[in-house]
Write a protein that binds this ligand. Sequence first.
Ligand code: ADP
Length: 432
Amino acid sequence: MGGWALGISGAIVAVAAVAWATRGLLRCLSVLRQIERGLSSLGQGRPIRPTRTRAPGPVGRLARTFDAVAPELQERIGRLSRDVEQLRVVLGGMAEGVIAIDSRRRLLFANTSADQLFGLGPQAVGRLLPELIRSPQIQEAVDATLAGPETYRGEIVLPSREIIPRQMSRVLAVHGALLPGPTPAGAVLVFHDVTELRRLERMRQDFVANVSHELKTPLASIKAYTETLLDWALHDENVNVRFLNRIEEQADRLNQLILDLLSLARLESGHEVFQHGPLAVSAVVETCIETHRGRAEAKELDLRLDLGPVGESTLIVADEEAVHQILDNLIDNAIKYTPERGWISVACRLTDDAVELDVADSGIGIPRDDLPRVFERFYRVDKARSREMGGTGLGLSIVKHLIQSIGGQITVESRVGEGTRFTVQLPRYKPG
Ligand code: ADP
């Protein structure tokens, strides 16, 4: 009987011990679950609820440590995510394309500009760069960057077929640097589109070369005639006046060139001050026609004016001197490039918003391929002919700038051997 009772009490003690141990274990588990929930909140940027447990033992200590460091941890993670977001916004707003790759050339990041430049698309992260951008030159830049340790600097010309979507070819300045890490963790490459910059540089170089050439030609003539006069021709009445006339012509040409260059420079820099205001256009057109009548008659050209619906009260918004210069240049060209006994017509039309002026001629015309370029500085279909006529190759670019400053438009149509028509639209004055 005594042994039986002992057995029962032993079993009760054992059950109580197991129950006590189980309760402790469940408490530990609950604390651990609270910590796990806290960590997952931390990961998702949600506020953490402290465990506030007083449980004893290692789990209790872990929970209290967690409670102590959690606010600091939360603050740091918050700051880190804000920094990452800021960085993303800054990189996203950059005009330069930025891509980051790992050491195996997998794309880690590409900003919006890089996306647009290379047409990367939303699924690009994680894919191999050579699959995304099929450009041997970019791969060379990547190789050179990954070979390190110096930063890579280079300039590449991407043909249009290597750019998606296919636009015109682009010139890119590339900067590549290794991403820091024990072994290079990858590289970051920055692509700066310098296409426009290089185009402007080329234009500037061409311009300087053109100006030097244009100045040198008349100067060389003046020098040659002067030397000949000094050598032997000064007192030879058969040639001396002719040579002096040539010198005067070339000096006039130089003068015209310098005036045109100054005028163009002022227009391009925006320093030309115009007084655009209400202007009776018919009076200006009539004055211009009369200025050129003598030259037209000398070539037996029929110079006609048709004012059409444009009367004395038709007003445009423009500076009088600017409109003079536009018409002078166009009529002067028409006279220059129309053979004798041809015709030149200046005709006016009205639209709701503009006065349209046609300056047409029955001259030599402009080949189709040259038409889009005639407004460029120094562009001439036939250089020798233009020079012979006293042209500088700057007239139409001055015209274009003047019209732009007025807020108008100019277009040209032409057929070789039949004639040319320039149409100018100038904004009408609308009172009130
Ligand atoms: P230029 O001083 O040589 O006349 P412009 O800038 O005025 O320079 O004109 C540029 C070129 O456009 C000319 O060299 C000429 O080849 C062509 N061009 C301009 N107007 C006419 C026209 N009415 N008929 C034929 N060609 C023209």
